[in-house]
Every structure is written in C-alpha cells, then in structure tokens.
Design a protein around this ligand. Structure first.
Ligand SMILES: Nc1nc2c(ncn2[C@@H]2O[C@H](COP(=O)(O)OP(=O)(O)OP(=O)(O)O)[C@@H](O)[C@H]2O)c(=O)[nH]1
Length: 695
C-alpha cells in the first residue's frame, strides 16, 4: 500500500490512493491544498459516500508559531477585504496568488483553492463566498489580512452582501480584455452602498488582446476609480503590488478589545463530524473557548467550544479579538443549522444590556420554482433523502411536498435564480439518478391581490395578498372574476452590456428585450461598449433569456439583474389536456400574449413523446374552456398476444414480470396510459443559457 505523501490529520493516516478516491483530487499538490479542498467541498454537498472526506475535512491542528504571530497583530494592522468581479474575470485565481504570496498555501499547487465545491469545479464558477486569513509582512511588520472570495453570479448576490458585512474594502477585479461588464457594475454599486473602499485591479494583462489603458479610462469614466493595479493573476505578474495597496487604501476595522463582546454571525455550515460551524466577525471585545455567550436574536445560550481562523482550513487559536473573522463551534453544539440565524448578534451572557445588536441580514427570497418527482413512486423516500442531503448546507432553497395527479408525489423546490436552480438540478440528478427523475418547467411566484381586505400591522385595512408558487394553486376562473382585484408578476431591472461594434448587436438586443415584454430604462454608450437597462418580467428571464441573448451577440453580452418588485400583469393558466383531462404537472402560468405560441409548441412536443394506443388521443392546450392548439395521435391496432406464443412458461413469466415493473412507470390520464418517459422527454430542457464549464 503506497504510503508516501500521506495526509496526516490528527492520529490517522490516509493513504494516497484512498484519499484521491474519496476527494477526487490529484495528489501532486500539498497536504494543505488537499485538506482545504476537502473542507470546502463539504460545505455545499454532504455526499453520503464521502464519510471519510468529511471526517478528514474537520480535523483541526493548532500551529503555535502562526498563532503567536496572529496574537501579536493589533487591530490597526488588520485589513478585511473581499474580491469582487464579473464572472470569470479572475477572482479565484487572484485569491490563489495572494494565498501563495503570503505563504498561506504552497505555490504551484492545484488551482483555485477557494473554489472547492464539486459544482464550482465542474462548472468553473464560484457559488459560495469563501474566506481565508493571511499573515503578511509589510515594511517589517505583520499584518493580519482577511480575504473573502465572492461569487460573481447574480443568483448568489446574498452571499456577496453578507460578505460585505465582514469587510472594509474590496478589490474590484476587471478583465483587461473585456473591460467593465454587467456584474462589475452591479457589484460596484453594492460595495459602494456599503461604504467599502475600492481598489480597482485590472487582471489578465498578459492576454494578447488586453487593453489596460482603455479599461483604466472606463473605470474612471464609469466609477470614478483611479490608480488601478495592473496584474496577471495567471502568471503572477505584479500581484505583489496588490497587498501593499490593500494595506494603504483599505481602512483597519473599527472596534476595541476593551468593550463588551459584540459578534456578528456571517455564515454557517454543517459538518457531520462536529455539527454546526459558525463563521463570525468580532466587532468588539474578545471571545475565548469556554465563554458563555448568548444569541441576541433567539436568546439561546451557548458555551464556546473550539474557535480559530481559516488558514486556509480551520486552525484553532486561543481567542478571537475585535476586528477578526473566524470560525467557532459550540459545546454542546447547536441542535440544527436553522438555529444559526445569519446576521444574528452574539454577546457575553449577562452583557445583553450593554450591546446594541446589528439589524441582521435580509432573507433572500426564492424566485424560481420547479417540481421534482421520482419516475417510480416507490423511490419517493430516496428522493426525499437526496434532497435533504443536498439542502443541508444551502438554506436558501425552499422545500414543500407536492402531489400531482399526473406525476404522483414529489417536491416543490424554490431557488434564488435560474443558475441556482440548474446547479441544484445537476446535483440532484447526480445524487438520485438522472433517468429516474422528473423536473417540471421553472416558474416564478405570482401575487394575487384579493378584493377582500385585512388589517395590516398598523391596523389599516389593506387588500389581502397571496403569493402563488405552484400553478396548481391558481384560483379557478370564476373565483378570479368575482374575488380577485389584480394579479401581479415579478419584474427585474436587467443590466446588459454589449460591445458597441458591430452595431447590429444593439438592434438585436433591443428587439429581444421588446419581444420579452421589456421596457427600456437607460441606454449608455461608452467608447467600445453599450450598457442597456431594461425592466423585464422575471418569467421571461427564466425562459432561457440569457441563452438567447448570448446567441444573438455571439456570446459577447453579459447580463445582471436586480429585483424590481411586482407589477400588474395579464396572467393566464395554460393547461395541457389529454383526451380532455388536464395534465396538472405541465400547467403553467404565463402572460396572455405568449399563451398561444406556448400552447402550440406544447401540443406538438407532447405528441412526439406519446405512444400510439388502441384509440385516438387528442392533445390540446387550453386556457379554461378556450382551446388554443390541438394535435391528434392516431389509433393503431396491436395484437397483444403476439409475443405470448405457447411453449416455454418461464419466458411468459419473465414477460409478465417485466410488464409489472414497467407499469410502475405508467400513468393514467383519464383513459390514456402514458409512460413517464413521455413526461421526461417533454420536460427535458437543454439548459442553454447558463455558464458552461470553462476548463
Ligand atoms: N490569461 C489569463 N487568464 C486568467 C488570468 N486570471 C484568471 N485567468 C483565467 O480566467 C478564468 C476565470 O478565472 P477564475 O479565477 O475562475 O474567475 P472568477 O472570477 O473566480 O470566476 P467566478 O468564480 O465564476 O466568478 C480561468 O480559466 C483562469 O485560468 C490571467 O491573469 N490571465
């Protein structure tokens, strides 16, 4: 058994080949890389098959030399900053270089140490903010730097906003060949609103078509940001200039170790081995192992177990002081991860009156919903287990049981956006088995404003409101006529950037936005770029808008969006009928203007997946009683006894068993028997429009 390069964690040694099997990592990199990777991966996916991975992930070793250096750094020499950028502009690569430069990880190891979730590696995107503490010697003095690598995609904006609470500054990374893009704009304003000091970093200057001068002008023109640091995170060129800029341009955190403890809960995740882990930022005071503390939100009391810094994995220290960000376990641990309310303030027990709690974070709302059903109803429990495993560390996913006449028992799942949804779908297909799963078309929440009134908190009479996330719960026509005042759908303010050349791009994009019921809000020309702002219904966005946008701009357009509230809409419920019986799982709420096109597409598509039967099958798309489209599957005559010729009875038995197993996957819609494969084919999406793996 090869034991060289084994990873020593605590008292156990795991051989290379086992380690690589359980972690999926190559072992050329240092042990630190491996442990870091193991640790990060467990935060998003708790894979049942990776017990060993999780066990090794949570191993903690104190390092007296590092701890002594950390303890000697006063608050004036601490800097907490995040790295923000448009997708793919190089945040994670730059973060890697900074970790190497400060000796936190070994140089030349595996890439993107902070992108460690399976999904991040597979798709080449960051979905979870990751943090790391570094020690950096500048002009002969040690500085304690706390870096947060943030996700670029709009769906994970809540992660970014939360990270800002632990930071005083931000590195705004811009690709030297692409310049300012949609998410650069969005991230800049978010960071600006939080009062963060921003350092522009122009990355990828090594590229042949890099235009650092043009991007410098753009940064000045768009954000009034001066003095960018020009780097190549890939080759390491000039990366050494980044940290001195952080020290000089990002203010030290405010706070005092002499004041009562005031600590903010920024993030939490679940470790099977040790339970709930908290990521905290200490604003005032000092917290040590054994301290009795309380949550000012829930009033629950806890005793601090182990605490320390992420260096880049957990490294136990004796205390965390004002200005620091670190991890913490309670002893006994928190019962469930939902007890860890992000944005909660903690103080020492008995000091509650002396501490003003933080306002907390805004809870992100689910905006994209799908139904998930097992093709074989016997597998319902297995699906439930898979969903529970995958949502353990992602509390932004909402889950509710759902029952469909056509598809049986399943789950209604809510996500922050389309990428969030498609990332989860991929994970669930991997975990549960892709061919065994039916996922319905994504939909958005609709708001129903009733004529009936209720009293609000101030005692004033206001119309009653209901949010509908499942078309099955949409009121019947007569209820809408008599009891509903209006129906609203969610809108977003979309920012689209495109190159000014070729000029046709602009025309195509305006056309696309108009076709999708968009209203132009702003159109700005920069030297080589155009930034458009449109108010668009979210429903249009989930219908592969990004894919279409990329298509008409040869992949050059970038898109970002923010919530723009609910607006009145002419919503209808489109249903698919099979021999007059509605197929509930396929019903969708849509705008009246798109109902006919969608209906026609539905009937043609469904027809192509339905097997002919002994009688004619009529497939229709309808709004209430009004039929919009119709297709017919002709009957055919089948000799059902053809295969059952006399002779070998075992053959006959096998055939019957096969039929029995097959029946589990059949569904009756009225008198029509439909194989789940038809639904699967009909509901299959090509997933276009989302970022593709880049490596
Ligand atoms: N040529 C060149 N490529 C770079 C440089 N920095 C990063 N890249 C490449 O650009 C791609 C994106 O880099 P990442 O670090 O993953 O970008 P990111 O901003 O973290 O991406 P998200 O996490 O998805 O938001 C990778 O293929 C990197 O290898 C650079 O300085 N020069």
């Amino acid at each position: 058994m090869p034991m060289a390069a084994s990873l020593r964690t605590g008292t156990a040694i795991l051989p290379d080949f086992l380690l690589s099997r359980f972690t999926g990592l190559k072992l050329s990199s240092s042990a630190v890389h491996i442990r870091s990777a193991c640790h990060r991966r467990t935060r998003w996916n708790a894979y049942p098959k990776c017990q060993l991975q999780r066990r090794y992930a949570t191993t903690v070793r104190a390092n007296p030399e590092v701890e002594a250096r950390v303890a000697a750094v006063p608050i004036e020499r601490m800097r907490n900053f995040c790295v923000i950028a448009h997708i793919d502009h190089g945040k994670s690569t730059l973060s890697d270089r900074l970790l190497e430069l400060t000796g936190t990880i070994q140089p030349g190891g595996s890439h993107q140490v902070l992108d460690k979730l399976d999904v991040e590696r597979e798709r080449g995107i960051t979905v979870k903010a990751q943090t790391c503490t570094m020690l950096y010697n500048h002009k002969g003095e040690d500085y304690l730097l706390h870096l947060v690598d943030t996700p670029g995609h709009v769906d994970f904006r809540a992660e970014v906003s939360r990270s800002y609470a632990s930071c005083n500054g931000a590195l705004l990374v811009v690709d030297a060949s692409q310049g300012v893009q949609a998410q650069t704009v969005a991230n800049f304003y978010l960071a600006f609103a939080q009062g963060l000091s921003m350092i522009p970093v122009i990355n990828k200057v090594d590229l042949q078509h890099a235009e650092p001068e043009r991007v410098t002008e753009q940064l000045l023109g768009t954000f009034e940001l001066e003095d960018p640091v020009m780097v190549s995170a890939k080759t390491g060129l000039n990366v050494a200039a980044v940290l001195p800029a952080v020290i000089e341009r990002v203010p030290a955190p405010q706070g005092s170790v002499d004041k009562p403890l005031k600590m903010l809960l920024i993030d939490s995740w679940y470790s099977t081995y040790k339970g709930v882990v908290l990521l905290v930022r200490v604003f005032d005071g000092v917290v040590k192992q054994g301290d009795h503390i309380m949550s000012m939100g829930s009033k629950l009391k806890y005793i601090v177990g182990e605490l320390g810094i992420q260096y880049p994995t957990e490294m136990a220290t004796s205390c965390l002081r004002a200005g620091q960000v670190g991890y913490m376990y309670f002893n006994p641990g928190m019962k469930t991860i939902s007890d860890a309310k992000l944005g909660d303030t903690f103080c020492h027990l008995g000091k509650e009156k002396e501490v003003e709690p933080f306002r907390g974070f805004e809870e992100p709302q689910s905006m994209v919903f799908v139904g998930a059903f097992p093709t074989n109803q016997d597998e319902f429990q297995k699906l439930e287990d898979s969903i529970n495993q995958l949502t353990l560390n992602d509390r932004s996913i909402t889950i509710a049981k759902e029952s469909s006449h056509a598809l049986g028992l399943g789950w209604r799942l809510g996500f922050l956006g389309t990428l969030h949804c498609s990332v989860f779908e991929d994970r669930l297909r991997q975990e549960f088995g892709g061919s065994e799963l039916l996922i319905t078309a994504p939909t958005v929440p609709f708001k129903i404003i009733w004529r009936e009134t209720v009293r609000d908190r101030k005692g004033e009479e206001v119309p009653k409101e209901t949010i509908i996330t499942n078309p099955a719960l949409y009121p019947e026509d007569d209820v809408i006529r008599t009891k509903v005042q209006e129906i609203q759908e969610p809108y977003v303010l979309a920012t689209i950037t495109i190159p000014a050349d070729p000029p046709e791009f602009l025309g195509h994009v305006i056309e696309l936005c108009q076709e999708n019921r968009g209203n132009q809000v702003e159109l700005t020309f920069f030297s080589t770029q155009v930034i458009l702002k449109y108010k668009l219904p979210l429903l249009q966005l989930v219908d592969n808008f990004f894919g279409k946008l990329k298509g008409i701009t040869k992949g050059y357009a970038t898109l970002d969006y923010e919530d723009a509230g609910y607006l009145k809409s002419d919503v209808v419920k489109l249903e698919l009928l099979v021999n007059k019986e509605p197929v509930d799982a396929i019903a969708q709420l849509c705008h009246r203007s798109s109902a006919e096109r969608l209906g026609r597409m539905w009937v043609q598509r469904f027809k192509s997946f339905v097997d002919r039967q002994l009688f004619e099958i009529v497939i229709q798309a309808a709004i209430g009683k009004r039929v919009l489209a119709r297709e017919t599957v002709q009957a055919f005559r089948k000799d059902v006894t053809a295969k059952l010729y006399g002779g070998d009875h075992t053959r006959r038995k096998k055939l019957l068993e096969k039929q029995k197993a097959g029946k589990k996957k059949l569904r009756a819609i009225g008198n029509v028997i439909i194989d789940q494969k038809a639904f699967q084919g009909f509901l299959a999406r090509d997933g276009g429009g989302e970022p593709k793996p880049k490596k």
